[in-house]
Design a protein around this ligand. Structure first.
Ligand code: PLP
Length: 410
């Protein structure tokens, strides 16, 4: 008799996006002519930049020619892209890596989800609340999170992120072995400061914990003192893995390319206390389960680092961040409390009049045909908040904010 992994049965349904879809469908059926604007899902809308398109075409041409054709590539990625990543993302910020410390993947979702595989099942995980759900759900699938009771897993350490702590997870009083941090943050749109991260690196060293640092949105950091990689913090190479992605950096959500940094200094331990290199363990896992990102896509990704690629990429990010500014300032002008949107493409707003996140969702769709994401869907501390994204078109963003302003103006 084939038996299922019963951990999967403990998972709550994907309530958030299923429920959003259901409510949109109900509304559309009742109001077929309503011009709905969706600022809910975190997906990009601008096309790939010219430089990337040119290199993708060139990659296709390489595949058409016997002399340049490529079969399986190196598991961790072609040297041309690994070197471009190290040079542009790290050396430019005073950090160096060898090629073998970088692992290309088909997404930060996959790698933030898969990385837990190389850790023992009895590790305690700590996550922010609210949180990008992948970290928790993948640990739940592995059987690391205990039971789901009243909206929380009983073996997970939740770190509430509220206005009081500037939406910054604070090191817990208890020990946590694997700590998921995300900065710039999805969903709150806030970032962790150098001081915050320094505290976390110290906590991880003291407790021999590992920080799993998701910096998928680091290119959206606009403030000069913003930390773009955790390796800017002294000692971070000994305690942190970093996840990055071309998805939001360069519109690759449908093209797929990301990378994970696993420094050679990073160690975890056997039950006997023997130190084991996580770089070697992850390399083993990748070599066994992954056959590399497509050559064509890697060529496209490398184009992001050419001089024109950098300019064009920046222009797209500036476009989204102008949207973020329009949302932020528009909502502030009617007295709403708004967070994020300065170093991230997400705006996290406090619902007016203590409305619940879902009541506010219903109000916006019914009154102004605008869809966002209820904060409570990201965790209990998200209740009373609402997420809007800056990834829409300029036209829709302006229209949506004008409508919200009209509807909520006192
Ligand atoms: N990490 C965070 C925090 C995200 O918000 C997202 C996507 O929304 C991802 C990772 C997924 O990135 P990718 O498209 O590279 O899988």
């Amino acid at each position: 008799m084939a038996k299922v992994n019963e951990n999967f049965l403990k998972l709550p349904g994907n309530y958030l996006f299923a429920e959003i879809k259901k409510r949109i469908n109900q509304f559309s059926e009742a109001n077929p002519k309503a011009d709905i604007i969706k600022l809910g899902i975190g997906d990009v809308t601008r096309p790939l930049i010219d430089e990337v398109i040119t290199q993708l075409h060139s990659g296709v041409d390489d595949m058409a020619n016997e002399a340049t054709f490529k079969g399986y590539g190196p598991d961790q990625g072609y040297t041309f892209l690994l070197e471009a990543i190290i040079e542009n993302e790290y050396v430019s910020r005073g950090v160096s890596f060898d090629n073998y410390e970088i692992f290309l993947s088909d997404g930060a979702k996959c790698d933030t989800g898969n990385f837990q595989e190389i850790f023992g099942i009895d590790n305690i995980i700590a996550v922010s609340d609210p949180v990008y759900p992948v970290y928790v759900d993948t640990n739940a699938m592995a059987g690391r999170t205990g039971e789901f009771i009243n909206g929380k897993w009983n073996k997970v350490v939740y770190m509430p992120c509220t206005e009081d702590n500037n939406f910054t997870p604070q090191p817990p009083n208890q020990k946590a072995d694997l700590i998921y941090l995300c900065s710039p943050n999805n969903p709150t749109g806030t970032t962790m400061s150098r001081e915050d991260l320094t505290k976390w690196v110290a906590y991880a060293k003291e407790n021999k914990s590992i920080i799993l640092y998701d910096a998928a949105y680091s290119d959206y950091i606009s403030e000069d003192d913003g930390v773009k990689t955790i390796y800017e913090i002294d000692g971070a190479k000994e305690v942190a893995v970093e996840f990055r992605s071309f998805s939001k950096k360069a519109g690759f959500t449908g093209t797929r390319c990301a990378f994970t940094v696993v420094p050679k200094e990073l160690m975890a331990y056997t039950t006997e206390g023997e130190a084991i290199s996580l770089n070697k363990l992850w390399a083993r896992r990748v070599a066994t389960k992954f056959n590399g990102v497509s050559y064509i896509v890697q060529k496209g990704a490398a184009a992001v680092y050419s001089p024109d690629g950098k300019k064009q990429t920046k222009a797209v990010i500036d476009y989204y961040m102008e949207n973020a500014k329009i949302i932020r300032e528009g909502l502030k002008s009617i007295g709403l409390k708004v967070f994020g949107g300065v170093n991230a493409p997400y705006i996290w707003l406090q619902t007016p009049d203590n409305m619940s996140s879902w009541d506010f969702f219903d109000k916006l769709i019914n009154e102004v045909y605008v869809v966002g994401t209820p904060g409570s869907g990201f965790g209990p501390s998200g209740e009373g908040y609402f997420r809007l994204t800056a990834f829409g078109s300029r036209e829709n963003t302006i229209k949506a904010i004008e409508r919200i302003k009209q509807s909520l103006k006192v």
